[in-house]
Ligand binder design. Structure first.
Ligand code: AMP
Length: 386
């Protein structure tokens, strides 16, 4: 048989795994995959500076699957060889499905499981038997260890995904406790969208002579996004939001607010005015979040209203519209929010509502982004009956 020349196999991946990338429609590796896959296959530690949308999940899932096939680690009962720590349930679910999709064609499919808080622990405890890739939020994995459902003393490969976000969400102490339970000799992969001092500290502790891969595709991606900003009086924000959605006939739009309460309020108002909307934020049950997210992804829910907690990790291949109903706190959050659109080399549109009080802060955001938008006046827009 002729040897396959898939661009993925040239990185050292097996034919079965290269075929899996093809089945997912990947024609070529993304920059982070190009650099990370050979290094991880080689057994090196890795520091990946990349965010969601860069293809980072497959950049570690593919070589991990291959190493599992090659090494065939035989471990004691309830010991996992691969641990992936993630900050949120949403990311846990996405990473799990990526591992599952990529391993469909393997003759010996590893057992992959995602665990996170907010749901009953019992099924997770029972399901832990024979797990080879455990994807977990820090708190829940500690609970499972506490009840002896899983042991980490034989972990061969550790991934810290979105390490910056784990620190932002206050998981430092849990991470330290988990690290203390791992064997000294292991391979470590750490991914972070940013390199703050806090992330730096963790990389010093965790990584040993890492290969550093930095993907700086953000500006280019952001340029794909058509951005507009509107000056709106605070009391006209709600009607103006409805006006935007209706006048542009947006059928799938992600709206960001600054707080959970605001998200609920905005979603309620939209629904009352006949625009089907749901809010997702940290205070919603896991089930409610997952169900809203999947209906939104499937195009069955017109408006999803979210807080910044969810601005990363929402993996939607392409979203035509993002609206910032409230300004994000930081320029970084602005990039993450609008980065939900304009992915996969398609252009999307991002709109920002700016009240007169918001203007100084919006200037700061634009300065950091080195992008200047003309603030469009909306005083003349007739908002009756929207
Ligand atoms: P991630 O950065 O891991 O969240 O991936 C973002 C999206 O890119 C996911 O929907 C992946 O399925 C997709 N993706 C990953 N690698 C590739 C690739 N080489 N070509 C096209 N799409 C990809």
């Amino acid at each position: 048989m002729e040897k396959t020349t898939s661009p993925f196999s040239t990185l050292g991946l097996s034919d079965a795994l290269s075929a899996a990338t093809e089945a997912l429609g990947y024609t070529r590796p993304t920059p982070i995959q190009q650099q990370a896959i050979p290094a991880v296959l080689f057994g090196k530690d890795l520091l990946g500076i990349a965010r969601t949308g860069s293809g980072k999940t497959a950049s570690y899932a593919l070589p991990i699957l291959q190493r599992l096939e090659e090494e065939r680690w035989v471990l004691q009962n309830r010991h996992v060889p691969v641990l992936v720590l993630v900050p949120t349930r949403e990311l846990a679910v996405q990473v799990e499905s990526m591992f599952k999709e990529l391993s469909t064609g393997l003759s010996d499919r590893p057992k992959v499981m995602a665990v996170f808080g907010g749901v009953s622990i019992n099924p997770q405890m029972i399901g832990m038997q024979g797990v080879q890739v455990l994807i977990a939020t820090p708190g829940r994995v500690l609970d499972l260890i506490g009840s002896k459902a899983v042991h980490l003393a034989e972990v061969k490969m550790l991934v810290l995904d979105e390490a910056d976000k784990m620190l932002d969400l206050g998981f430092k102490e849990e991470m330290d406790r988990i690290l203390a339970l791992l064997p000294r000799k292991r391979q470590n992969l750490l991914f972070s969208a940013t390199l703050s001092n806090a992330v730096n500290e963790i990389t010093q502790v965790v990584l040993h002579k890492p290969e550093v891969v930095q993907v700086t595709d953000e500006p280019q991606e952001v340029q794909l996004i058509h951005q507009r900003a509107f000056r709106v009086a605070p009391e006209r924000k709600g009607p103006f939001l409805r006006y935007l959605i209706r006048s542009m006939d947006m059928q799938q739009v992600l709206v960001f607010t600054s707080t959970s309460q605001a998200a609920d309020h905005v979603a309620d108002k939209l629904s009352k005015h006949g625009l089907e909307a749901e809010a997702v934020h940290g205070k919603k049950s896991n089930h409610a979040r997952q169900s809203a997210l999947s209906r939104f992804k499937a195009g069955k829910l017109r408006v999803l209203v979210a807080t910044d907690l969810l601005s990363r990790g929402i993996d939607i291949a392409f979203l035509p519209y993002v609206i910032n109903y409230d300004l994000p706190r930081s320029p970084k959050d602005y990039v993450h929010r609008i980065g939900r659109t304009g992915r996969a080399e398609r252009s999307g549109e991002a709109f920002t509502i700016v009240t007169p009080d918001d203007q100084p802060h919006f200037k700061v955001i634009q300065k950091k982004m080195k992008q200047w938008l003309t603030l469009e006046g909306t005083e003349d827009v007739d908002l009756h009956g929207v």
